[in-house]
Design a protein around this ligand. Structure first.
Ligand SMILES: [Zn+2]
Length: 235
C-alpha cells in the first residue's frame, strides 16, 4: 500500500475519439486504492470511490454501488492518507481551489482534495451509457443529465493534475461529488459556496496504466484528434 502513488487507468485522451470500452474491472481498480473517480464503459455514469466503496451516479441521478466486474475505460484511485489542511466558511469553488494551491504549493505535482461539508447551489452531471459502436466523447457527452441541489451535505473528492498533463488527465482540478444521503452526486460542474473541512494528499508518483490488451486502443491513430479542445469542452 503506497500512499504517495496515484494510479490512473487509461487517459482522458483515449475517450476523445470514443475508445470507451471498459478495459479495467472495478476489482482491479480497487487493488490500487480505496478512493477514486472514473467513468464506466460507454461513459456509463460518474464514479466516486469512498472508503473502498464504489458508487456510480447514473444519468437518471440514481446512486448505485457497482459490482467487482463493472468495467471502466478511465479511472483514478489511490489509498487514502489525507492530512487536514484548513476549514473553509462560505468559500466559492474558485476560492477553495486557489486556497488549496496557496497552502500546499503543490501546483506542479498530483494531489487529491477531500472536502466534507455543506455545499450550496451544487450542479453535477452524469453521462448516459452509450452502446457500440461508440461515438466521440463530444457526441457521447451530449447525452448527459444535469442535477441541481440548493443545499446539500456531502463529500467532494477531487484530483489535481499539473497543466503539463492535460490530455493524460484533466489539467487542474477534476472534482466528483456524493451527498451524505447517497441520493445525489456526479461529476461536479460547480457550486456556490462550501463550509466544511478540507483535507489533502500529495502524490510524488503517477502510475499510468494503459489498456494494452485492447486492439482498438493499440491501433488508433491519435494524430487527428483535437485532444485539448475536446477535453476543455467536455470537462
Ligand atoms: Zn468526472
Amino acid at each position: 500500500m503506497n500512499e504517495t502513488t496515484l494510479y490512473q487507468h487509461g487517459t482522458l485522451a483515449l475517450l476523445v475519439p470514443g475508445l470507451l470500452t471498459g478495459t479495467l474491472t472495478m476489482k482491479e481498480l480497487l487493488a490500487h486504492g480505496d478512493t477514486g473517480i472514473g467513468t464506466g464503459e460507454g461513459l456509463d455514469g460518474e464514479l466516486i470511490i469512498l472508503d473502498g466503496k464504489p458508487y456510480q451516479v447514473n444519468s437518471r441521478g440514481e446512486v448505485n454501488v457497482v459490482p467487482d466486474d463493472f468495467t471502466l475505460p478511465f479511472a483514478n484511485s489511490h489509498f487514502a492518507a489525507y492530512r487536514p489542511l484548513m476549514t473553509v466558511e462560505n468559500a466559492t469553488q474558485e476560492e477553495l481551489h486557489a486556497q488549496v494551491l496557496g497552502l500546499t504549493h503543490d501546483a506542479n505535482t498530483f494531489f487529491s482534495i477531500l472536502v466534507k461539508g455543506t455545499f450550496t447551489a451544487v450542479k453535477t452531471r452524469a453521462v448516459a451509457k452509450s452502446g457500440r459502436p461508440f461515438k466521440s466523447l463530444a457526441e457521447t457527452a451530449k447525452q448527459q443529465s444535469v442535477f441541481d441541489r440548493q443545499e446539500v451535505e456531502g463529500t467532494l473528492l477531487g484530483y489535481y493534475s499539473p497543466q503539463l498533463f492535460n490530455g493524460a488527465a484533466v489539467g487542474g482540478y477534476h472534482d466528483h461529488f456524493l451527498s451524505v444521503e447517497h441520493d445525489f452526486g456526479g461529476h461536479l460542474l460547480g457550486f456556490g459556496t462550501v463550509t466544511g473541512e478540507v483535507q489533502v494528499q500529495t502524490f510524488s508518483t503517477l502510475e499510468q496504466h494503459l489498456p494494452v490488451d485492447d486492439a482498438a486502443y493499440r491501433e488508433h491513430d491519435f494524430s487527428q484528434d483535437d485532444i485539448a479542445g475536446a477535453i476543455n469542452q467536455a470537462e
